[in-house]
Design a protein. Structure first.
Length: 278
């Protein structure tokens, strides 16, 4: 399960997506997330699917590697789907006890699960094709206008970058601790929920100690090198836009505009005319 978490990992490859400016990828990820939670109707769903498959294809990251990240949120998707399935009011199809399944609940549950899947895969495209250093520079540049209102832009970008960089390290550390505890007779698989929670205590304590130690070592190393961010700091690889980035911006804006158009057409001419829930 731990090996299936792909968040924060970088997949090296030579592709158009890897070579894009990190600001373009941040902008594209934001637009994709907004489009996911604003689209309605089968045409918009098909467009989002085609766009996501096309981006994965040109990123040259294996599709199986992308899907692997979904295994870690299977429980979340099931819980979300069940909540939408049983708690959405509408035309009742099946009823047993206090629970009832409605047509609107089925469509809402399917839509929410698909949105979560696309959300994880879409954000994974950005993290798998962008190094932590590029992500820090991109965030700092993108948030630079907020520095005029005294927002600590560099510190926010640095914290997010370090957090992403620490995720694979902590996953590897957790795996090592689990194997060491299992070699000493610890059982993380069997028993009820309370026993499993108690079994996690000898895992969490050394993990937190290790995390604090790594964070302290990193802070001391940065202080020893007289690190200071923000204004006046030069960069070895300054960010700049090229022709490919401009084409990517046009493509992303076109995709988002088409999604909004499909939503407008679906709501105005299909939903209101036929009384559908989608």
């Amino acid at each position: 399960m731990l090996k299936d978490i792909t968040l924060g990992q970088y997949y090296p490859a030579k592709s158009v997506i890897h070579q894009l400016d990190p600001r373009v990828k941040l902008f594209g990820t934001m637009l994709f997330i907004i489009s996911l939670f604003s689209f309605r109707g089968i045409p918009a769903f098909v467009l989002a699917t085609i766009f996501l498959i096309w981006v994965i294809h040109i990123s040259k990251v294996p599709f199986s590697y992308m899907v692997k990240g979904l295994k870690s949120i299977v429980v979340l998707m099931i819980i979300t789907g069940l909540f939408n399935l049983f708690l959405t009011p509408g035309e009742v199809l099946v009823k047993f006890g206090i629970f009832k399944i409605t047509y609107e609940g089925i469509s809402s549950a399917v839509l929410m699960v698909v949105r979560l899947m696309y959300l994880i895969i879409g954000t994974s495209v950005m993290t798998l094709t962008t190094t932590p250093n590029q992500l820090t520079d991109g965030l700092e540049k993108a948030l630079m206008p907020f520095s005029k209102i005294k927002l600590p832009v560099h510190e926010i970008a640095m914290m997010m970058s370090i957090a992403l960089r620490f995720i694979p390290i902590l996953i590897e550390e957790t795996d090592k601790i689990m194997k060491a505890q299992m070699a000493r007779g610890a059982d993380f698989e069997n028993g009820n929920l309370l026993k499993k929670a108690k079994a996690m205590v000898p895992l969490l304590v050394p993990l937190f100690v290790s995390a604090f130690r790594r964070a302290n070592d990193l802070a001391m190393a940065m202080e020893a090198r007289c690190y200071h961010g923000g204004s006046g700091r030069t960069k070895m690889k300054p960010l700049h836009y090229d022709k490919t980035d401009k084409i990517a911006y046009v493509t992303l804006i076109s995709y988002f505009a088409l999604m909004l158009l499909l939503r407008f057409v679906w709501v105005k001419y299909i939903v209101r005319k036929n009384g559908l829930n989608w």
